[in-house]
Design a protein around this ligand. Structure first.
Ligand SMILES: C[S@@+](CC[C@H](N)C(=O)[O-])C[C@H]1O[C@@H](n2cnc3c(N)ncnc32)[C@H](O)[C@@H]1O
Ligand code: SF4
Length: 440
């Protein structure tokens, strides 16, 4: 077998800090799928046959933001109310049309995610308009329906409209509560305003309120980070993500780095301590860990969309810039708004990149789900694959990233911090040391 340090990590007395050098991407997947072309007839055919997915999700993209945040490259179009209205009208028209197709009608949806961009920047009537169309999809009873966005501008009338339309989960990007860190990152609210509104929203008796925090932001010291986590706990919200800052190409932070402008921010070693202490604090306060980066304080939080998305279930995407998968094919809609509007007006397929079927998706699902949750049940893998992967698992164990527990492989704290590197390493191992009939 051929091994590289990017597959196995390295042996060190402190694997949390040093097993790998740096986290390079937010997610990892197997390469090998290639773009294919789908014409209008084939596209219609896809919508006239039944879905074979056991679980599936609907993803709706709202590609507008009022401001470009320093760390993010999801900014696509500046918010202009008339443009958003025009977009929401076209989107609702397309969604309503889709609900009449056999493909959409054939299986229930477990979860819906309205993501962006900043969906909370839609007007209250637009949120309700979109929510009403979503209700005409075949949804599972108690389906999780999430609206993503930011606290700033999410007024009471928007919250009421969303709830009236059946939206039951709200995911806010907080990133840090510290006013200076927030301002440097391009966020609007100061700490006091943010904390008041989040605490107010969290009091709702049924709605699920979750927040994203990031560690490693410019100016965010270890003490500021601990205060960020403590502050979130004190608001009474129901779920939290702790995301490590990734250098996203095209973000302001990335461009500044390329130009050599120095940003003072934590290195990978300090970030590993931020992750360890942040997760410890949550767990000491009774929060349950649902995955390596997500915790909940209340059982109303299920985080269905995120966990299903990581498992590679069918995600039917709508909107310019939306990504997902249909009938096993990965799909990414083009970001160009004009081209998207023109296609909707002409009643044809919106421009998108369609990928060939991932023949290994069954295995990838088991592996991704296991590593994301922190526990991989080995007999879910075929005997041949399990045997083939054992040399890698033994290296991981020696390097302090996993422990074996009967038939399970459990990530250590270090493994949880470096899980994306491990997943990339596992796929690299399979590409370098191929196993015939891997899809068994
Ligand atoms: C697509 S963004 C949308 C969030 C929302 N528009 C907002 O302004 O908070 C979703 C989440 O991705 C995370 N994110 C964005 N850029 C990131 C980066 N460079 N590294 C890690 N996480 C990032 C942030 O925590 C953010 O809340
Ligand atoms: S963090 Fe949110 S508001 Fe900021 S640029 Fe990214 S998507 Fe837009």
């Amino acid at each position: 077998m051929i091994f590289t340090p990017t597959m196995t990590g390295i042996y060190t007395p402190d694997p949390l800090k040093y097993a790998f050098t740096v986290k390079t991407s937010a997610h990892s997947g197997r390469s090998g799928c290639r773009p294919i072309s789908i014409d209008q007839n084939e596209w219609q055919q896809w919508f006239s046959i039944e879905s074979r997915a056991e679980k599936r999700a609907l993803y709706i993209h709202i590609p507008f933001c009022r401001k470009r945040c320093s760390f993010c490259n999801f900014f696509e179009n500046a918010t202009k109310p008339s443009r958003v209205t025009e977009y929401v009208n076209s989107l609702c028209q397309q969604l309503a049309g889709a609900t009449t197709t056999k493909f959409i009608k054939s299986e229930l949806f477990d979860t819906v995610y309205i993501g962006g961009g900043t969906p909370t920047d839609m007007q209250a009537n637009e949120i309700l308009q979109l929510a009403n169309v979503i209700q005409s999809f075949p949804l599972k009873p108690n389906a999780e329906i999430t609206l993503e966005g930011r606290i700033n501008g999410f007024t009471h009338d928007k919250f009421e409209a969303a709830l009236a339309g059946g939206i039951n989960r709200f995911s806010f990007g907080v990133q840090s509560v510290n006013t200076e860190v927030r301002q440097a990152a391009g966020r609007f609210d100061d700490e006091k305003t943010l904390m008041q509104r989040l605490s107010e929203l969290a009091k709702h008796p049924t709605a699920t309120i979750v927040a994203d925090l990031m560690f490693g932001l410019p100016g965010q010291t270890f003490d500021i980070w601990m205060h960020d986590v403590e502050a979130m706990i004190s608001t009474g919200i129901h779920g939290i993500d702790l995301y490590q800052l990734i250098n996203l190409p095209g973000s302001r932070i990335d461009s500044a780095e390329k130009k050599g402008t120095i940003y003072e921010r934590a290195d990978s070693q300090v970030r590993s301590s931020m992750y360890a202490q942040g997760s410890r604090l949550l767990e000491q306060n009774g929060w349950d860990r649902l995955s390596n980066c997500h915790w909940r304080s209340d059982k109303r939080e299920r985080s269905l969309y995120n966990s299903l998305a990581k498992q590679g279930v069918e995600i039917v995407p709508f909107g310019a810039g939306a990504g997902g998968s249909i009938h096993g094919h990965g799909l990414m809609n083009g970001r160009d708004l004009t081209a998207w509007h023109n296609a909707i007006k002409a009643g044809v397929k919106v421009p998108s990149m369609v990928m060939s079927i991932n023949e290994s998706s069954h295995i990838d699902t088991i592996i991704k789900k296991g590593l994301d949750k922190g526990t991989l049940t080995l007999n879910e893998l075929s005997l041949s694959l399990n045997t083939h992967l054992q040399p890698l698992f033994i290296k991981w164990q020696k390097n302090g990233l996993i422990e074996f527990d009967n038939n399970k492989l459990s990530l250590t704290l270090a493994g949880r911090f470096w899980n994306v590197n491990m997943l990339a390493g596992l796929f690299e191992y399979l590409a370098t040391n191929p196993l015939l009939a891997q899809t068994v």
